[in-house]
Design a protein around this ligand. Structure first.
Ligand SMILES: [Zn+2]
Ligand SMILES: [Zn+2]
Ligand SMILES: [Zn+2]
Length: 237
């Protein structure tokens, strides 16, 4: 049987709990190419990765950018394993492959890991979402106001080119704040809706007439008190 954490026992998507792994890039020899220190483990033959981790989907755990090439994988930096944040699920964009079919670049949604952290909790759990800034926020507002929008609308509304709008939309997709409804049509995701619900809840309500009267009375009393105090101060003893 192979040692646990050995290079060839790793399956993609399987959660790994140890911190130290055999270096896949040099197969634990500490040398690659032979005679030179392995650039990944610096000659130690072992690598550290913060658990929980999974085998890198992009390089299939090999640590190589391309099979049998001496370039290290850009996703795992040659370690063949990447840290993840639980709970995880298979990346919906690339189906766990870490890249689009035939693409040389890693999947933008999972950053090549093949899995994503499940963001929404159980029903009734609070969903924590961070409000994006700048153009991303503007784009999100446009989608919110119109119900749905595409590159052109977002580009016009935020005064950016439609190619930049596409980039912004991609980023919002990665943050899981929007969802693709169809080609170039985006809607708010559950998390995206939560942001607007929170903002709505935080908006100050107009004070009621009653409250206003109480407030005015308080101010009047305060002013009267100040006047008395002032008068006393000016009393000549
Ligand atoms: Zn190595
Ligand atoms: Zn990799
Ligand atoms: Zn992916």
């Amino acid at each position: 049987m192979r040692r646990s954490g050995g290079a060839y026992s790793r399956k993609t998507g399987q959660i790994l709990r140890q911190e130290i792994y055999d270096c896949v890039f040099c197969k634990g020899t500490g040398e690659r190419p032979p005679g030179s220190k392995c650039p990944v483990c610096k000659g130690k033959g072992k690598v550290h990765t913060k658990p929980p981790a999974i085998a890198c989907a992009f390089c299939k755990g090999r640590g190589e950018d391309k099979p049998r090439m001496a370039l290290t994988c850009s996703v795992c930096r040659g370690k063949g394993v990447v840290s993840v944040q639980e709970p995880i699920k298979t990346c919906p964009t690339c189906g766990g492959r870490g890249r689009s079919i035939g693409s040389a670049l890693y999947c933008m949604t999972c950053k090549g890991k093949g899995v994503v952290t499940v963001k929404t909790g159980k029903e009734g759990d609070r969903v924590t979402v961070r409000r994006p800034g700048g153009t991303e926020w503007d784009a999100l507002e446009i989608i919110h106001e119109n119900g749905r929008a595409g590159r052109v609308e977002v580009g016009k509304g935020t005064r950016v080119s439609s190619s930049y709008a596409e980039y912004v939309l991609k980023s919002l997709l990665n943050k899981q704040l929007i969802e693709k409804e169809s080609r170039d049509i985006f809607v708010l995701s559950q998390a995206g809706k939560v942001i607007f619900e929170k903002i709505e809840a935080k908006k100050p309500k107009k004070p009621k007439v009653e409250e206003k009267k109480v407030e005015e009375k308080k101010i009047k009393e305060k002013l009267e008190k100040i006047n008395i105090e002032n008068l006393e101060e000016y009393k000549i003893s």
